[in-house]
Design a protein around this ligand. Structure first.
Ligand code: ADP
Length: 319
């Protein structure tokens, strides 16, 4: 292997830049040439490819977003689109590809590998919804963004004795909601993996109010449904003054936390190592603080699991 490529695809996540940096620097350390592909699979099809040097990734470790930009590309889901991508890679003499992204991006990487083109996936998404790794790049930063926002909401909630519903991201996974709820002492956490009984939520709110609680925070994962609809139902059922905040895309931005920078650096470098070891169609991850790699499809087929012990703990602590 002499030349490798790197791209970021799907939803962006803080720490992707640190991962790009690690791939580029680790590859150059091993005397490889590295090519950056802009705008994910769309840029691959379009041949939006340029050589990267040590300096190309200077001053980005602390930046959110992705220097290589990201995109969603329907054409790449077709055989014809994948063939076009492979043609571009061959034209540039690129022997292997590192794909930084979420599960959709990983499926694209697996397709390329099945067509004889070696790819490695690096999990980059704030949702933490990829099996085979305890954490994805961007999750910790998004979590801290949520905590900062909820701490502020808590101040105003106390002043006005209100119930606050906060909708957080996570797609079909409840990790952001669960971790944020535990870290912020939320009264109720609504995650898509569990069917919380609405009457229980209402009873808990009423009990809290009756014993003099100044405010209540309810965190709703976007996978459960609209925070606004949920807030309306709470208001009607409790008659408590209720406000709704949808944190939205603020959760995807910002400077990555130290934990995300370190994770991204480790996983990006590991991806280069396993490409060099001749592996393909693998994703890298971290489990029990050990770097691991797994077959992409086997892992994705397992489906994401929420940590139910943590969920139980959050309920025990919010009685
Ligand atoms: P994420 O990687 O964050 O999950 P998406 O699910 O939008 O984001 O996937 C990103 C891109 O990966 C898609 O726009 C598409 O180009 C490619 N992709 C997704 N699923 C497949 C698939 N089954 N086969 C080939 N490419 C895919």
């Amino acid at each position: 292997m002499k030349k490798i490529g790197v791209l970021t695809s799907g939803g962006d996540a803080p720490g992707m830049n640190a991962a790009i940096r690690a791939v580029v620097r680790k590859a150059i350390y091993h005397d490889l040439e590295v090519y950056g592909i802009k705008y994910g699979y769309q840029g691959l099809i379009d041949g939006n490819i340029e050589k990267m040097e040590l300096g190309s990734v200077g001053d980005i470790i602390q930046r959110g977003g992705t220097k290589l930009y990201s995109a969603r590309c329907e054409e790449f889901k077709t055989e014809a689109g994948q063939e076009k991508g492979i043609e571009q890679l061959k034209k540039h003499g690129i022997d292997g590809l590192v794909v930084i992204g979420g599960d959709g991006s990983f499926r694209g990487a697996k397709k390329l590998t099945e067509k004889g083109y070696p790819c490695i996936g690096v999990p980059g998404t704030i949702d933490n919804d990829i099996p085979g790794t305890d954490f994805t790049i961007g999750f910790d930063t998004a979590l801290n963004t949520i905590i900062e926002a909820i701490d502020k909401i808590r101040d105003t909630a106390t002043s006005h004795e209100r119930t606050y519903v906060v909708e957080v991201m996570g797609r079909d996974a409840g990790d952001l909601a669960l971790w944020a709820g535990l870290a912020d002492g939320a009264e109720t956490i609504m995650v898509p993996e569990r069917n919380e009984d609405f009457d229980d939520v209402v009873q808990r709110l009423k009990r809290g109010h009756d014993r003099g609680k100044k405010h209540s925070i309810i965190i709703v994962a976007e996978g459960v449904g609209s925070g606004f609809d949920f807030g309306q139902r709470i208001k009607e059922a409790t008659d408590l003054e209720t406000r709704v905040t949808v944190l939205g895309h603020t959760q995807r931005g910002g400077s990555p936390t130290a934990a995300d920078r370190v994770l991204a650096s480790r996983l990006g470098a590991k991806a280069v190592d396993i490409l060099l070891a001749g592996k393909a169609g693998r994703m890298v991850g971290i489990q029990n603080n050990e770097l691991v790699d797994h077959d992409i499809l086997e892992v994705l087929d397992q489906g994401h699991m929420l940590d139910m012990d943590m969920y139980k703990l959050s309920q025990e602590l919010s009685i």
